[in-house]
Design a protein around this ligand. Sequence first.
Ligand code: SAM
Length: 442
Amino acid sequence: MEMKDKEAQTSGTYVESLDLEARGVAKQDGKVIFIDGALPGETVQYSSYRKKPSYEFAQLTEIKRSSSVRIAPRCPHFGVCGGCSMQHLDPVAQLAVKQRVLEDNLWHIAKVKPDMMLRPIQGPDWRYRYRARLSVRYVAKKGGVLVGFHEKKSSYVADMRECHVLPKAISDLLLPLRSLVESLSIRERLPQIEYAQGQFVTVMVLRVLEAPSTQDQALLRQFAEQHQVQFWLQPQGPDSAVPFWPVNAPELSYALGEFGLHMPFKPTDFTQVNHQINQSLVSYALRLLQVQSIDRVLDLFCGLGNFTLPLATQARQVHGIEGSETLVQRALDNAQRNGLNNASFAARNLFEITPEEMSSWGAFDRVLIDPPREGALAVAQALASEQVPRPKRLVYVSCNPATLARDAAVLTHEGGWKLSAAGVVNMFPHTSHVESIAVFDA
Ligand SMILES: C[S@@+](CC[C@H](N)C(=O)[O-])C[C@H]1O[C@@H](n2cnc3c(N)ncnc32)[C@H](O)[C@@H]1O
């Protein structure tokens, strides 16, 4: 070990900031060191596990001076399970980190600063994941079947016995599910269990690479009845999932109470994972849009109508566009079941939308955009072009600050839109996932 390294290792290294993966970032001898588990403001010792000429990845070995926002992680699997990376940081400080990530992305990628930062949208810190995909592996040397999230940066399934971001009833089923899968003849042909908890029922979709035997079916029925869940079997892609037992359970749904809406969905449909935050997010997005009763509104990447239907309760007319035909059909059904006849929907690949096509839809007063992680570049280019009649206001809900920033650059620098406000939405507490919302004015 060189003299300087020795010094750093005795006196400790100062951690300057936190990166998007929640690693502490320090500088040592001109190199950037990414230290798992270290927090800004701390002085730590570390051990490098990957060395490159300009940076190193390291493990925290000792905290010499601890941060005032460090807290004890609640979960015993923290550090191993890849589900959460920020449990050692006070939830208020987590939000501050996420807000900085948002501001940094907007500034470094787009060179824009919002006129105003919005107050963060907050919900419960724990028990918020109403849907998730759990991996299943039969591992003889670990004594059987594992059901859980992947380990940090690995394809191994974490030996997860409890999880505090899952609803309690689902966390309590982790061990019973392990025993169940272990007892099945197809235990090595069942790689995933996807659950969705609705208002009146919890569905577990078993991805099965082989049909369950008669004996397996009896065990599944017994488990479903004992634990009050409905099993679905998915032999192929998501559309192949069908109810197995009980066959006539109530359908999955969530409520958007403020708007008097009831939203049925299928377990493999896209729905927001955090029901409480979703309710706040929808209300907040609509308030920010400042919808008037005479307005015609466009909802892009509308899914099953999560924003479209609430918008239809306030606006004259709403048009929702979505890539998945299945979700467009669900949105149409949901509009009909909620007695809304001023919402129309169409299926379209919005990654390929042109200004010509967007202008053919006519003029809109307000636009809501809620794209996947890839963002909405073609949409931003169309809305920046002179060919498209200009709405008064855009509200952009984003699950990836880097693509939001890229699209904000197009809207502001090419289209002359003004970034009036932006803020974070704490959709996934304890993870490094940054959900945000931004308001653009014409
Ligand atoms: C973040 S989700 C939002 C869904 C909906 N707004 C909600 O709140 O439930 C993104 C949506 O974009 C859709 N999508 C993904 N790629 C698309 C594309 N290329 N064109 C149109 N829609 C797409 C997905 O099917 C998904 O419904």
